[in-house]
Design a protein around this ligand. Structure first.
Ligand code: ATP
Length: 910
């Protein structure tokens, strides 16, 4: 039993040069039973959680200061300094105040987005298999303490620094630590003291990945004390918020900035040449620059993406890499696993073939109660059929699952395929515990997708040893040289007839496993692949049902309506896969609806691309073939999302435009390679994520279409005034006010716009298509012209009617804002009318508009605001004019949309 460990042995202990007994002594642990629960608790208190304490990439101050690191803000800061030098203190401080406010808003938003995204990453808890209190258990990796005994298998992330023992073909990818991507083989032997770190083959380091094999290891360092912890200062936690889209927009903003600055300089020069004062012209140039640059754009993009990420998380899709949010909206093909994703992964054996006949088995779920019936539906006593019992016993023993009965519910631990084999054996009266005790396991070859079988070696006492093997029918049949007859005696094998039986079961949608055994000499204690390469005795077949998920069927239909092709890629048999695919609704018109991995092997790249496009089911696909399939689909300009869970899926997940790992059944390796993780392993969550991805793009487009006319319109108003040689219709501080306030109170509310009804009836977005299509570009121009005519027109007209300059400017500011509010409602749907999306469906828009109006009233009527922003109270009549312009703008855009919609309808009818 474990004893207490008060402090860690001296860190200079060279664990690689100590024999395992000494290691276990130093760490006060028992390598066979592991630690006792109480001791784990007390060590946790002493050593803390097994977690790296990341150092923040940048200090908070630095992050705040970086907010000022934008070309636009340099322009504004310079303007503020020059205005101050010119003695305009109020203007200077208003400009500076706005810049400061902008930095605060940017800082807060960015921090929130980063926090949300890094919090999501932590939602995916990694679990580790340990031995504690003499039992195997799955525990969160954070709970590990020095002395814990960890069981590693392929796909695991090594959870702490371990000294290995009981190593079986272990290979570890240590690239996270050493940069070397070729996996290294590990062993349990003692090494010389002076062995360098990279060559300490009997140690496994936290953060590295097991790519093959199994091993046991004892923890000697956790958390920051691990090798990874020592270099953790190299890894900062900073989440990268940039994506292809944000970079494109940053680039676009950059171009705009220089164009506008050039225009501003030209304005300045023109004015001077005309003989205007340098001060007035400087103000005009600043107003132009400030007005025309869309300063809210980059922040809005980041916020929209971050909101998309959290909405997806609520629908059980965790985004690991931000660009995936954008890509999801353009997905054209989803390649999904079958088991657990499209189906329930709730296996129940329904048919057993042994001897020469098939029995059906009644009962559902994991409750071990049911009956065996023959072809004529008569009850069969399994105990009287030796071959049947031997086939069931093989399934029971060649098995790593556990059936758990708690609170009147039967659940399983481990692989549901294997659990089903325990349930059916118990239905026949074979008790799991008793069988394991009677024939103790000596060794095992675990199931790996690439071999498609599993084997175990058992001690039968006096009678010698026996090997039980179970796996795919094709893998086992050719290795069998005889078969058990009804009485349980070895007889000649008829492979053809067995294949036919297996196909009949598979065609019913059952997953079929074959069973075989091999007698082994008493001295054999180890099991290798060569021991089961031939000479086996065939025992029988078991067929299990795995019902399709109801949600998945609905989601598949949704995807098809949305123009997204759904393809099933599975390791299962062709006929099983095909039957399930039909039930799920994947069947197409194509003759080549389902193909097998062996067929794919024969095709060249060009042919493969054809088949990949046409077929919907790919069965018995080896993990390496997934990568080829992926490339074939991408060669036809598809944007492909693909699921995967095993170690060998990692390359395909990386190649996919969106790699999706399973949160429950996926290996750590697959999760590490994925862009997105499904917390419920359900296909429906992929569809949900695509939907959210499309919405993110929609809302971004809405924001951009809304914001650009404001900037363009303001720029045009200033330019018109300069060309006409009249006073500025709006001062720089007023324009700053409009831009900042409308972006915050109006524009950002579009980010919360709910999904439009036809979102999943449209075809996927072409990633090459620009955000601003020609139609939207025209609309932007059109609204800018309305702004120009309305604002500049009122500015001149109100002055002829006796308004002062300050009043006329106040009217201009209010006109721009009111048009912005009306246009905001236009932008709630890009194609449909405002009413089509429901007037109240986005309360943010309503609250934002109300707040904006209140702010305008304050700007117009509060003396302090009048002083700060050079505004003046205006008459009720002026408000009527302003309202008129707003309504006209709303009606004009509404009409434009209506005409376009009609034209589109005519085209589609034609
Ligand atoms: P997918 O999630 O892609 O549908 P799958 O479960 O169909 O995956 P694999 O898990 O790779 O594919 O299984 C492939 C084949 O290996 C199965 O059809 C079955 O014949 C066999 N097999 C599956 N699980 C086991 C197991 N635990 N032991 C032995 N053989 C197995």
């Amino acid at each position: 039993m474990s004893r207490e460990l008060h402090h860690l042995p001296d860190a200079s202990h060279a664990w690689h040069e100590l024999p395992t007994e000494r290691v276990s002594e130093l760490l006060a642990t028992d390598l066979h039973a592991g630690l006792a629960a109480a001791e784990v608790g007390s060590r946790q208190k002493k050593f803390g959680p097994n977690r790296l304490t990341f150092k923040k990439g940048r200090s908070e101050w630095m992050r705040f200061l970086l907010q000022f690191h934008q070309p636009l803000l340099y322009v504004l800061l310079a303007a503020s300094v020059i205005t101050a030098v010119l003695g305009e203190w109020v203007d200077a401080s208003v400009i500076f105040g706005v810049v400061f406010l902008n930095a605060i808003v940017g800082y807060v938003q960015e921090a929130r987005a980063e926090k949300a995204i890094s919090a999501l990453a932590q939602m995916v808890v990694t679990a580790t298999t340990v031995r504690r209190d003499g039992r195997r258990q799955r525990v969160p990796s954070e709970t590990l303490v020095p002395g814990d005994v960890v069981l590693l298998e392929s796909g695991d992330k090594v959870p702490a620094d371990l000294r290995l023992f009981e190593v079986r073909d272990l290979q570890v990818d240590e690239s996270a630590l050493t940069g070397e991507s070729v996996p290294v083989a590990k062993h349990g032997n003692v090494l010389a003291l002076d062995t360098i770190l990279a060559e300490r083959g009997n140690l496994a380091f936290a953060g590295t990945l097991v790519t093959y094999g199994r091993a046991e290891g004892v923890v000697w360092a956790t958390g920051d004390r691990t090798e990874m912890g020592r270099i953790a200062w190299l890894i900062s936690e900073a989440t990268d918020l940039s994506t292809p889209l944000t970079r494109k927009i940053a680039h676009f903003s950059g171009i705009m900035l220089w164009t506008i600055l050039a225009l501003a300089v030209a304005t300045f020069a023109l004015g001077l040449w005309r003989g205007e004062s340098a001060f007035a012209m400087f103000m005009a140039a600043v107003a132009l620059a400030v007005g025309a640059i869309p300063e809210g754009l980059p922040a809005a993009v980041t916020i929209t993406l971050a909101i998309g990420v959290s909405r997806m998380a609520r629908r059980r899709a965790i985004i690991r890499k931000l660009p995936a949010v954008e890509t999801l909206g353009s997905t054209t093909v989803i390649c999904s696993d079958k088991t657990g994703t499209l189906t329930e992964n709730q296996m129940t054996v329904q048919a057993v073939f042994a001897g020469a006949s098939v029995c059906t088995v009644s009962g559902g779920g994991y409750e071990p109660r049911g009956e065996f019936l023959d072809a004529a539906a008569r009850r069969v006593d399994p105990a009287r059929r030796a071959a049947l019992m031997e086939c069931l016993r093989a399934g029971l023993l060649c098995n790593d699952a556990q059936l758990v009965h708690a609170k009147d519910r039967w659940t399983v631990q481990g692989d549901p395929t294997e659990a089903a084999l325990i349930v059916v054996a118990e239905k026949a009266g074979l008790a799991h515990a008793a069988a394991v005790e009677a024939l103790p396991r000596l060794d095992a070859i675990p199931f790996e997708s690439e071999h498609q079988y599993m084997a175990t070696l058992h001690d039968c006492g006096e009678r010698g040893h026996v090997i039980y093997i179970k796996g795919a029918v094709e893998r086992l049949l050719d290795r069998c040289t005889d078969a058990l007859d009804n009485s349980g005696a070895p007889a000649e094998i008829d492979r053809e007839s067995l294949r036919r039986t297996a196909d009949e079961l598979a065609a019913r949608g059952l997953r079929v496993l074959a069973f075989a055994r091999h007698l082994a000499p008493r001295e054999q204690r180890r099991l290798a692949h060569r021991h089961v390469a031939g000479g086996l005795t065939f025992l029988g077949l078991q067929g299990m049902i795995d019902p399709p998920r109801a949600q998945a069927m609905a989601a598949v239909r949704q995807c098809q309506q949305a123009g997204i092709a759904v393809k099933m890629i599975t390791g299962d048999h062709l006929l099983t896969a095909e039957a399930i695919a039909r039930r799920i609704g994947l069947a197409g018109a194509s003759a080549r609806f389902a193909v097998s991995g062996r067929d794919l092997e024969r095709l060249n790249d060009e042919q493969l691309a054809d088949v990949a496009a046409e077929a919907a089911v790919f069965a018995r696909v080896a993990p390496e073939q997934k990568l080829r399939l992926m490339r074939a689909l991408q060669s036809r300009d598809n944007v492909v999302a693909m699921t995967g869970d095993g170690v060998n899926d990692a390359p395909a997940l990386k190649q996919a435009d969106i790699g999706i790992a399973m949160g429950i059944t996926g290996t750590d390796v697959a999760k590490g390679a994925a862009d997105m993780i499904l917390t419920d392993d359900n296909f429906a969550s992929i569809e949900a994520a695509v939907e959210e991805g499309r919405n993110v793009f929609d809302n971004l487009t809405k924001f951009i279409v809304w914001t650009l006319p404001t900037n363009l319109g303001e720029g045009l108003v200033i330019l018109a005034a300069i060309v006409a040689g009249v006073a500025l219709p709006a001062l720089p501080v007023q324009i700053l006010w409009i831009n900042m306030m409308t972006a915050l109170l109006l524009g950002l509310t579009l980010v919360f716009e709910p999904k439009e009804r036809n979102l999943m009836q449209r075809p996927p977005r072409d990633p090459q298509r620009p955000i601003l299509t020609f139609a939207l570009f025209m609309r932007t121009g059109f609204v800018s012209l309305i702004l120009l005519a309305g604002a500049f027109g009122l500015f001149l007209w109100e002055q002829t009617r006796g308004a002062t300059l300050a009043e006329a400017r106040t009217i201009v500011v209010n006109t721009i804002v009111v048009v912005d509010i009306f246009y905001l409602f236009n932008c709630r749907s890009l194609r449909g009318s405002t009413l089509s999306v429901g007037f109240f469906s986005n309360p943010w828009v309503l609250w934002g508009s109300a707040a904006m109006l209140a702010a305008q009233l304050a700007l117009t009527y509060m003396p302090v605001m009048n002083r700060l922003f050079h505004t003046a109270p205006i008459t009720a009549e002026a408000w009527l004019h302003i309202l008129g312009v707003g309504l006209a703008a709303y009606a004009a855009v509404g009409t434009e949309k209506w005409i376009r919609a009609r034209a589109a309808q005519r085209r589609s009818q034609a």
